[in-house]
Every structure is written in structure tokens, then in C-alpha cells.
Design a protein around this ligand. Structure first.
Ligand code: KIV
Length: 272
């Protein structure tokens, strides 16, 4: 019989590696709260990412930079309470790991201790391998993140596709190998050409998961609010919308306002 406890969910980092090895695509989505986590978990998602995109879709910031470790811990512990099956990965937010590997370890330990999540995700390549190794030495699985890394938006200047030029593609490939060698169990590739993703996926033994990085990855990740159509002002080519929830929510609330104003709500059966 399968069983789970607070931090012993059915999908583990080993399950994820096995899925990729047998050619089964990995499904990953973001969530930031208990109710949404419960819904996406019931839909059999493999990995829930408590992304620092919470800064954008939950808090309304224009970048991911402002979110704090305490805020990520609040979101992640809410997600953990709603999740029985999926592996839960939590972003280390900007400014909590770039200083040195000890800082990175302390931040990762706080996430694991205070949320009962299963793994952390860090952005960057060769420059973070020491931190990756140190976090792993404490028994904490690490997911990498390369390509368009939103925490570096001030360096990039725009959110356009990364690594179209040979030099950047070469560096990215080297970074992917460095992260695999350092012990990452998987890597997210964001907004890079599909053929570069193919090359990386072919060369690496660990799974690569795409967001806007094409069909050759071992899995796909989307931001929940984007694919549900809650964020309506964001329409990159890679985004497939599965619902128009923004419109549906507006219409539902408009109807509620109308019903309250007209005295239609509540009726006799909706009172005590
Ligand atoms: O924070 C996030 O949602 C992410 C995804 C874009 C992969 O890192």
C-alpha cells in the first residue's frame, strides 16, 4: 500500500529520474497556496514548484527580486499542507544564496525545516556549483535553472529568448554539465531555442524541464496563473492557455454584484 506523511510524498527525486529514464514526460506546475496545491495535486501533477514567480502573480511585483525567504516559506508551507502526492520544489529567492555557499545552505535548511518541502531550486550555472554541493551535503536535493533566469533580469535587460548566439549557447551547455556534475537532480531550462534544449537533454543524464524551451525536454513547467488565464497581460508564444479564468472570475463576480444590488441574493433557501 502506498502511504505518505508530511514530507514523504509519493513522488520523489528518484521517481522523477526514473520517469525520465523510461521516457515518461514529467509534468510540473507552480502553486503558491493550499487550495491551488490541493487541486493540482489531485490532477496528478508530478512536481509542484513554489516559484518565486509568487512575487509577480501573488504580490504584483514586476520582477521576482523583492520576494523574501520568509514569504517563500509562508507560500511553501501552505502548498505542503495541500499536497499528498507531488514532489514539492521551492525557489531560493534572490539574495538568499548568491553571497556564498554557507548562506545558500542556511537558506535551504530554513526552507526544508520550516516547510517540509522536498527540494530547492537555484538559478545559475558554474557560479553556484559550490553552493549546490554544500546544500546537497546536507541531504537537500537541488534543481538547477538556466537560460532566462528571472533573478538576473537587470543584467539581461529584457525577457527575450536567451542563448540564440553560439557563445551563450556554449556557456549554457557547459553550465548544464556543471550543474549535473555538482549533483542537481534536474534542471529547468527557460526560454531558449528548442534545438539547444535537445542538445542538452541528449548530453545530460538528469532530466531537463522546459518553460518555453521546446518539445525535446524531459518535462514541461508552466506558471499556474498563466495557463489558467488569470494573468491576462502575459502572452508569450510558449504559453498555452487552458482556461480563461480571468474572464470567468470577472463574470461570476459581476453576477454576484448584480444579485446583491437587486436583492436576488440571498433568497429564502440561502438563509436560516
Ligand atoms: O518562479 C517560477 O515560476 C519559475 C518557473 C518560471 C520555472 O522559476
Amino acid at each position: 500500500m502506498s502511504s505518505y506523511s508530511e514530507n514523504n510524498r509519493l513522488i520523489t527525486v528518484h521517481t522523477i529520474k526514473e520517469m525520465a529514464a523510461r521516457g515518461e514526460k514529467i509534468s510540473m506546475i507552480t502553486a503558491y497556496d493550499y487550495s491551488m496545491a490541493k487541486l493540482v495535486d489531485a490532477a496528478q501533477i508530478d512536481i509542484i514548484l513554489v516559484g518565486d514567480s509568487a512575487a509577480n502573480v501573488m504580490a504584483g511585483f514586476s520582477t521576482t527580486l523583492p520576494i523574501t525567504l520568509n514569504e517563500m516559506i509562508y507560500h511553501a508551507s501552505s502548498v505542503v499542507r495541500g499536497t499528498k502526492r507531488a514532489l514539492i520544489v521551492v525557489d531560493l529567492p534572490f539574495g538568499t544564496y548568491q553571497g556564498n555557499s554557507k548562506e545558500a545552505l542556511c537558506s535551504a535548511i530554513r526552507i526544508m525545516k520550516e516547510t517540509s518541502a522536498n527540494a530547492v531550486k537555484l538559478e545559475g550555472g558554474k557560479q553556484i556549483v559550490e553552493s549546490v554541493a554544500r546544500i546537497l551535503s546536507a541531504g537537500i536535493p537541488v534543481m538547477g535553472h538556466l537560460g532566462l533566469t528571472p533573478q538576473s533580469i537587470n543584467k539581461f535587460g529584457t525577457y527575450v529568448v536567451r542563448a540564440k548566439e553560439d557563445d551563450e549557447a556554449k556557456t549554457l551547455l557547459e553550465d548544464a554539465h556543471a550543474l549535473e556534475d555538482a549533483g542537481c537532480f534536474a534542471i529547468v531550462l527557460e526560454k531558449i531555442p528548442a534545438l539547444l534544449t535537445k542538445k542538452i537533454a541528449d548530453e545530460l543524464t538528469i532530466p531537463v524541464i522546459s518553460i518555453g524551451a521546446g518539445m525535446y525536454a524531459d518535462g514541461q513547467v508552466l506558471v499556474l496563473h498563466d495557463m489558467l488565464g488569470i494573468t491576462e497581460d502575459f502572452s508569450p508564444r510558449f504559453l498555452r492557455r487552458y482556461l480563461n479564468m480571468g474572464e470567468q472570475i470577472r463574470n461570476a463576480v459581476k453576477q454576484y454584484v448584480k444579485d446583491v444590488k437587486s436583492g436576488d441574493f440571498p433568497n429564502e433557501t440561502e438563509q436560516y
